[in-house]
Design a protein around this ligand. Structure first.
Ligand code: HEM
Length: 323
């Protein structure tokens, strides 16, 4: 073989290795930590039996991780200087929950397979397993993510969607992460479960604008109901995202809430303010709708945002700090 040929063959090999590295795979840990997925599932199932509300919390934690620097567990890092990590960002502070669950799972997995499984993969698996235990939804979680070493409140404030965002702002943020408008409408359906703090509704209910203290796009009866649940100045009470049912279950109610102007956030209402998005909302809002199947696909896609693989990043020993 000539030297040119050798260089070509070597280059191709390198390229193949890099591509293989960059791909996540559901069998990634089969040889590295054989019982990983069964163990995570077991711990999470026990956790959700104790406290069901942790399932939506973990789903949101995974979303907020993926939107800032990719799904690299950067949201779990304590900021070395304090006050400047993702945990302190506007959309996260006093709001994100479930950190202790991830620490618990990580400790037990480290005891089983030391230094092998990333916090990013543990978070992705825990989000899926918790919602599966919650009931009604599951999705595939390809593995092989590695952990980042940087956490930034400024980047989180830039990249996380705020609840008052309009359709175009939301679309720009999601498209910027490689997700389509359809992915955005489908993933927003997660607001059919979980809780919000009254803090997140204060502006919409009491100081929307000079002319309209209450956002005029909210159904007036619903606005009155929300005001009873969230009096002015109440920043701490938790209320259900989906107000149509007494207990929290996975369903397509989110979309009927959006259509009837009975959703909590302006960002939810925005999903019907764009013609194409509205069509997607209408398609989800019927019995036998494709919502759960499309949500599963969109979650798998979200879980691939900006992942670190191969030799990039690290496998953190403790999820709250870099090695
Ligand atoms: C479209 C842009 C989005 C905005 C503006 C938004 C905003 C919010 C806000 C403000 C809350 C309440 C937080 C609080 O008051 O403490 C919340 C809760 C929640 N969000 Fe979103 N969200 C969006 C998209 C998503 C997506 C894509 C997912 C998941 C795939 C998601 C899952 C959740 C869940 C499960 C909760 C309840 C959390 C819990 O019970 O602890 N959200 N969201």
């Amino acid at each position: 073989m000539g030297s040119k040929c050798l260089v070509w063959a070597f280059g191709t090999l390198l390229l193949l290795a890099a591509t293989a590295d960059a791909q996540l795979s559901t069998t990634f840990y089969n040889s590295r930590c054989r019982n990983l997925t069964a163990k995570v599932d077991e711990i999470i199932r026990r956790t959700i039996r104790r406290d069901r509300t942790l399932a939506p919390a973990l789903l949101r934690l995974h979303f907020h991780d993926c939107f800032v620097r990719g799904c690299d567990a950067s949201v779990l890092l304590n900021s070395p200087r304090g006050g400047q990590g993702e945990k302190e960002a506007i959309g996260n502070k006093d709001s994100l929950r479930g950190f202790q669950v991830i620490d618990d799972v990580k400790n037990q997995i480290e005891a089983m397979c030391p230094g092998v499984v990333s916090c990013a993969d543990i978070l992705a698996l825990s989000a899926r397993d918790s919602m599966r235990a919650f009931g009604g939804i599951t999705w595939s979680v390809p593995l092989g993510r590695r952990d980042g070493i940087v956490t930034s409140a400024a980047e989180a404030n830039r990249d996380l969607p705020p609840p008052f965002a309009n359709f175009n702002t939301l679309s720009t943020l999601f498209n910027g992460k490689g997700l389509s408008d359809k992915d955005m409408v489908i993933l927003s359906g997660a607001h059919t479960v979980g809780f919000a703090r009254c803090a997140s509704m204060q502006t919409r209910l009491y100081s929307f604008s000079a002319a309209n203290p209450t956002d005029p796009t909210i159904d007036p009866t619903f606005a009155a109901q929300l005001k009873r649940q969230c009096p002015q100045g109440d920043n701490t009470t938790l209320i259900l995202n989906d107000q149509t049912k007494p207990s929290d279950t996975w369903d397509f109610n989110y979309y009927s809430n959006v259509l009837r102007s009975k959703s909590l956030f302006g960002s939810d209402d925005a999903m019907k303010r764009n013609a194409a998005a509205r069509k997607i909302v209408l398609t989800q809002n019927k019995p036998g709708s494709p919502f759960s199947a499309e949500f599963a696909n969109a979650m798998e896609k979200m879980g691939r945002i900006g992942v670190l693989t191969g030799r990039t990043g690290q496998i953190r020993k403790i999820c709250t700090q870099t090695n």
